[in-house]
Structures are given as structure tokens and as C-alpha cells.
Design a protein around this ligand. Sequence first.
Ligand code: SAH
Length: 345
Amino acid sequence: MVITRYDISRSDLAELLEGEPNYRIDQVWEGLHSQHREPAELTNIPKALRSAIEELLPAALTPVRQVSSDNGKTLKQLWQLGDGHLLESVLMHYRDRSTVCVSSQAGCAMACSFCATGQIGFDRHLTSGEIVEQVVRASQNAKDKRVSNVVFMGMGEPLANFENVWSAVERIHGDLGIGARKITISTVGVIPGIERLTQQDLPVSLAVSLHSANNSIRNQLAPVNRTYPLRKLSEALQSYKRSKNRRISLEWAMMAGVNDTETAGRELAEFARPLNAHVNLIPLNPTPGYDNPGTDHESIAWFQQILESFGVNATIRANRGTDIDAACGQLRAEHRVKISKRRNA
Ligand code: SAH
């Protein structure tokens, strides 16, 4: 496999540019990382060296499609990797922050029934460089705004690709300068991964895509629940919370008649309260393979009230980019449909 621009460490770079003085290695490293520059833009180094870097360290991501919405506040990008696989990332500007949502795998093996990526299946893990480059590209696209937050809520299950995700986190924190608390790992509940996370020093934020606090319903929505059921998940989250002293958030995509009833609210409250977790209620983005219209806005507000009455804090997440298919994996799924339509025409 080709080593791409952000796959190498600083010492690998020094080895690659053997004979160059230390300050030059620093200029290149900082230019690529803290200043998010392309090799051609490293105007403080000789031209021949710029071309050598361009050649030795190719970019991992080739833009395929870029769609913006919400008056330019949301930018969704579809990228192609060197071996042809596709992945998505989304840049979202808010009043007080700019967040990039990155993918950790091309496709996903978790097979959550309502998720566009789960419906596609698994292609491969992303390398740490392929993850870091998504943040760098977002920073370039953010122009005068600074990317302040990174969320692993794009395609893939980050804790199923632990090694690469963790070295990307260390690079994003150490070299791109984004605080650990501003980096959120979102997991469907891969317990061994949560345990490994508990062992690490950096106190990243943890979000769990719960969607149901009832094992038989959750088994249907997120088949991984059969391996890592709710009680064990809760224990793993307790240890994370205790060791990091961080509040955990629970993600809950609202599906009509599935997880928006009073019973569902009570079950969720029983799961969330001992963890003192915060709940994010997410309007469901309809996907081709899951026949549920999603809970309507009024009923989401009602469900939020129910949770509050059970002593649980919940926010309704504003849905960004629904008009540009910004649900997990949707831009890519749509791209595939277009390609196959073209082929069949
Ligand atoms: N595998 C990880 C991260 C990727 S999914 C995880 O499960 O957390 C990122 C978030 O998008 C998760 O909370 C996921 O449940 C949610 N999601 C997936 N499909 C969705 C859909 N159709 N509508 C709303 N949210 C969805």
C-alpha cells in the first residue's frame, strides 16, 4: 500500500529527506500540519524540495464531489482513496465552533439497519494518514475559520479500527493542535475498544450510538448488541466515566414507533441516569434500506419532555445538511446509484 502524506511520523519524514537540516524538517512538518499547506505552498523551502515532497508523499484523498448547504455553513465532501474506495467527511460551521465529521473506515461492518453506511457494508479500515488528512482538508476549506472540533461520526466504526484511529487522534491533538476534549469518538458500543480507550491518557469525548435501551429492539437496530449487550456496555461506560471524569453522551436517532414511546423513554432514562449521560435526540435521516419515516418534530419535542420528567437532560440535534444527503454514507450511496444508472443507460 502507498504511504500517503499524513501517514508518516516526524522521524520518518527526517529519514525520507535525509541530509536536510533539522530546521528544514520542522518547516516541512509544520507547514503540512499546523499550517495545513500543500507541498507547493511551502514557499519557505527550495522549489526542488517542494517537488520532491509532492512526489514522495502523495495526498491520500482525491475530491470527487463537494456539496454545500445551510447557506454555506455545511460542506459535505466525497473523497476517493488511492485504491478507488470512497469516503465522506462533513465540515459544519456553528456560531461558536467549526466541526469536521470524519470517517474511520471505508464502509462499515456493523450493519446497523437504519444507517446508510451499514447498508453498504465494509470495504476496509482507513489508515491514520487518511483520517488526519480529512481534518487537514477541512481546515483548508474552512478558510478564515479554524476547525476547533473533530467528531468520528462519519463512515465506519472507529473502535473497530482502534490502532489507526488512535494514532490519528494523537496526531490531530499533538500536531494539528486540537484539544483532546474537542475530539469525540462515537461508537455503536464496541466494548473492547471502550476498554482500550479507558487505558489511554488523552481524555477524548465519548459518544455512544444507543438508539434503544431494550436488548431485543437494539439487537434489531444494531446487531453488535448481540455480542455486547446493554448491561456490559453500561459497565464499560461506567469505567470510562470514572477514569476520565468525562460526561458521556448517548445518541438516539428517532424512529417512529420503534424508540419514541414512553416505554422507550423510561428504558433510556434507566440506562442514562446512573451514567449521568447527556442524550442527543437526532431526527432520523431516511435511508433507502430502512422503511421508517422518522419521528416527527412535535413528537421529538414530546419525547424530550418525557426524558426531562425522568430526570435526564436531552437536546434535539439540529439536522445539518439533510438536503444534501448528509446522513452517514448517503452521499456515497447516491453517487453509486448515479454511476450505476449511467452504466445501465
Ligand atoms: N459507528 C459509529 C460512528 C458512525 S455513525 C457510531 O455508530 O457511533 C455516526 C452517527 O450517525 C451515529 O450516532 C449513528 O447512529 C448516526 N446515524 C446513522 N445513520 C443515521 C440515520 N439514518 N439518521 C440519523 N442518524 C444516523
